[in-house]
Design a protein around this ligand. Structure first.
Ligand code: NAP
Length: 251
């Protein structure tokens, strides 16, 4: 069976760059129509639309801060008006910042929780009634940080751990709506988010913890996302799919 997502509408948050962008291109390769969210980088989002022109799919961009529940509600209503349906929600938008526990400010903590975690509640709450119309799929992007913690990034790691328990909660909760809920937990991935850290002279200390010895490409994370959304994964829900080169479990 080939993966065929034609006729399905996929919303990817944070898709102007990085993992979200790679997922958009892979979904398009498999026929899905795309609602592409981003926060501020209109140039990057528009360049993605140009890149997507090679595929015979519909795609539109939606500028919205996913940490703003009203903006999320409006965005999802617009998407359903524009496309007539919603089948897959990929909760990918996120930020990663450094802060030691004793100097972390409350605004820094709030921002991390709002963007990385509360956004997923907002997106799921607004999207579920539409996903439930025909059955659908939610894919949340967590991180190895949510599984093993991350020094000097405790607020980030805590949001990612919470995304894992949110996934495990929503999977049984939404089974009656025929919505599968899964999670992809990447390790280091070569994107703008990690570029500065992986360019540091001591970046080897991160790579040494990865049995495969290198960061992932965004395409390698996109493959797991598209798989979980596809008909190859119809019996998979509540799963945390580690895409980390062997880190955490055997690293
Ligand atoms: P990235 O390259 O920094 O791209 C982030 C994307 O999220 C951009 O499209 C950005 O939009 C969007 N975004 C950020 N805040 C937003 C907001 N408030 N509202 C809407 N969109 C927002 O990040 P990435 O590396 O692809 O990361 C994607 C996901 O994977 C994140 O959840 C991250 O935590 C997770 N992850 C990444 C790594 C890694 O090593 N890169 C590892 C584990 C997990 P603009 O372009 O408009 O700014």
């Amino acid at each position: 069976m080939k993966i065929d997502l034609s006729g399905r509408v996929v919303l990817i948050t944070g898709s102007s760059r990085g993992i979200g962008r790679a997922a958009a291109l892979l979904f398009a390769e498999h026929g899905a129509d795309l609602a592409l969210n981003y926060r501020e980088n209109t140039q990057a989002a528009e360049s993605l639309l140009v890149e997507l022109k090679k595929y015979p799919v519909r795609a539109r961009i939606y500028r919205a801060d996913v940490a703003d529940e009203h903006a999320v509600g409006r965005m999802i209503e617009h998407i359903v008006t524009d496309f007539g349906r919603l089948d897959v929600l990929v909760n990918n938008a996120g930020i990663w910042k450094e802060a030691a526990i004793v100097t972390m400010t409350s605004p820094e903590l709030d921002e991390m929780i709002d963007v990385n975690l509360k956004s997923i509640f907002y997106c799921c709450r607004a999207a579920v009634p539409h996903l439930a119309q025909r059955g659908g799929s939610i894919i949340n992007i967590a991180s190895t940080a949510g599984q093993r913690g991350e020094a000097f990034h405790s607020h980030y790691a805590a949001t990612k751990g919470a995304i894992i328990s949110l996934t495990k909660s929503l999977a049984p909760e939404l089974v009656g709506d025929k919505i599968r809920v899964n999670c992809v937990a990447p390790g280091w991935v070569n994107t703008d988010m990690s570029a500065e850290e992986l360019a540091l002279p001591d970046a080897q200390r991160h790579l040494r913890l990865i049995p495969l010895g290198r960061p992932a490409s965004p395409d390698e994370i996109a493959g797991a996302i598209v798989f979980l959304a596809s008909d190859w994964a119809t019996f998979i829900t509540g799963e945390i799919l580690n895409v980390n080169g062997g880190a955490v479990l055997c690293g």
